[in-house]
Each structure stands twice: as C-alpha cells, then as structure tokens.
Design a protein around this ligand. Sequence first.
Ligand code: KIV
Ligand code: ZN
Length: 390
Amino acid sequence: MLGDKRQIKIFDTTLRDGEQSPGASMNLPEKLQIAEELIRLGVDIIEAGFPIASPGDFESVREIATRFQGATICGLARCNNADIDRAWEALQHAESPRIHVFLATSAIHREFKLNMSRESIIENSVAGVKRAAGYCDDVEFSPEDAARTEIDFLCEVVEAVIDAGATTVNIPDTVGYATPTHMSNVITALKNRVPNIERAVISVHCHNDLGLAVANSLAAVEAGAGQIECTINGIGERAGNCSLEEVVMALRTRSDFYTCDTKINSKRLVPASRLVSSVTGLHVQRNKAIVGRNAFAHEAGIHQDGMLKEPSTYEIMRPEDVGFEKTDLVLGKHSGRAALADRAKQLGFTLDDDQIKSVFKQFKILADQKKEVLDEDISCLIEKEICEAN
Ligand code: KIV
Ligand code: ZN
C-alpha cells in the first residue's frame, strides 16, 4: 500500500509473449533498447525471454539480466529440468532474478496436448517449482489455460505450487476466452478456497482474442490480483495481450474506483509505444486508446469549442501525462469557427470577426475536398483573404 492505494505490480512481457506475435522477432540490440525503455517506464518485472527457446533468446535474457538494475528480470521455463536449468543459467547474474515456470492445467490441454493425468500435472508442477526455488527465492508458476481449467482442480494446483515455493501464481487466460465476471470469479474462488493463498501474489495474464484483455485484467485486480502481465501496445500471441498503457491509465484515471496504482512513469508511455512499434514493425492503429495518434485529437466543432473552453469537457486524461506534447485540434469538415479562429491566432494572424467568417467559408469548401486541412492551407486562405481586403 502507498497511502491508501494498493500498489499493483506491472509485469511486462513485451520481450517474451510480445515477441511471439507473428512477425515481431527482435534482435539483441533491439531487445536491449526496449529493456532500457522498460526500466525508464518503471515496470516492476521484465520477462526478458524464454532462454531454452533458442541461443538468441538465451543470450538476450542473459544480457538483460546482467546489464539492467531497477526491475526484476524474469525468464520463462516449462516444467522440466533442462528448461529450468537453462533459465537459471541466463538469469543468475541478475540483481533480482525470477524464474517463471508453467504447465497447462485445463482438460483440453491435459487430454489433447499433454496426455497427462491430473495427478501427474500436480506432480510435475510441484517438481518444477521446487527445482526453480532451489535456484532463486522468486518463483512464478502459471497453470497455462487456467481460465478454462476446472475451478476445483485449479485450486488444488495453486495450493500445491505455493507449498512447493511459488511466490507468484499467475492465472493465464491463454486463449482469451474469459469475460470480466468469469475472471473475477476465478480470482475470488482462489482467494476463498486456497488456504495458503496469502503466501503468494496473485497475477493475471489475459489474451485479447475477444478484445477483453484489459477489462479482464481490471476485473481480476478488483477481485484481489496484485500483478498484471501485459505488453507495450498490447502485442503478443494472436490478438495480443493486455495492453500496458491501457491498463495502467485505467487504474490511474479511475483510481477513485480501483483505489490502486502502479509505479509506472506514464509520461514514458508514448515513447515506449513508438519504440516498440518501430522495432517490431507492428503499427499502432490511429484510434488506439492512450497512444494512438487520434487518442487526444478532436475534429468535431462542438468538441473543439468545448476543449478550447475547458479541456475536461472532452478529455479524461491530459496528453502530457502519457507523453504527447499536447491536444491536437484537427481542422476538417466537422470543425467549427472557434477552432479555426484559435488556429489563426496560433499561426500569428489577427483577424476580425468578418475576416474569420469569410475565411471559415473558404475553409469549409476546402475541407469538403481534403481529409485534413493543414496549417499551410489555413495560412494560404488567410493570406488570400488579407490580400483581397487590401
Ligand atoms: O498465455 C499463456 O498462457 C502464457 C503462459 C506461458 C503464461 O503466455
Ligand atoms: Zn500468453
């Protein structure tokens, strides 16, 4: 708790789950650049990769673990000795290392992917966590596909891995199947039914197949989760993961409701988003919440007029707080006279009411032909008006 706000840990997995987005592979210098930005952003945990996956992945986890301080550095491992040993080899020099072990628990995965009984799932999970705990104190366990796992069995697994030494239990909605109420019910059940649950931090890891990853993560926090796994720009497997910038700003903007916060330096959100987009080649849609180019842009006349009178009429966050320079009043066919007059003033022109009226008429004709009327266009229209008047 900081003041009266519960602190939620931000576990960034841009370099691991994010890199699993088709077409998003990153090389070592690119990963180091992103890790540096994540440290600046103030994330609590960086999941740097899956060390056994490839020599390149091993190398980047090792380099990040060795070079960066100020965040826990985490490496992923399946529940087998080779994976866990390799993860530790990569992480051993970190100031604060974490091994993240996972094994699927849902009936679908048990039957069709693993061909394992419930008993052997528990046995393997416990053995994996114990091996990881032999290397470091900070061990996270993920029952993969937890959201589709029978709740009684999930409670059993979670209790067993906490007894074995897991300090964080992460609840993945691996296939993005959950809804907010579903996620909330799972976390509530764990809190009510797992006797040793207080000994571990409950985490959530939501995928975005139904576009619900952020809503599901928030519901989990409301129900008591203390860690959110997320990625910059929401990149990740298929439709991606919970978007870091969205979940962080939701908690901050609605702290009246959630009474939670994170230690993220929100002014770094836009720079981090731009870096990840340029490194991965995955473009951010214009209307993406928080970091999209339109997130603080207004074109409608009524909105622009409101914004010029008082920004809180149409903005719930300040653009500067997420790293944009300022609000963007875009001049287009929906814009009104107030925005045009304001832009003329910003461009250094002093016009009387009649001049504004006349320029506005020309502006509307032009706006019907162009998607966006640029400053150069406005200057031209005004200069023409001034010339004609003289
Ligand atoms: O989606 C998932 O289940 C994962 C686990 C490895 C946590 O990414
Ligand atoms: Zn995932």
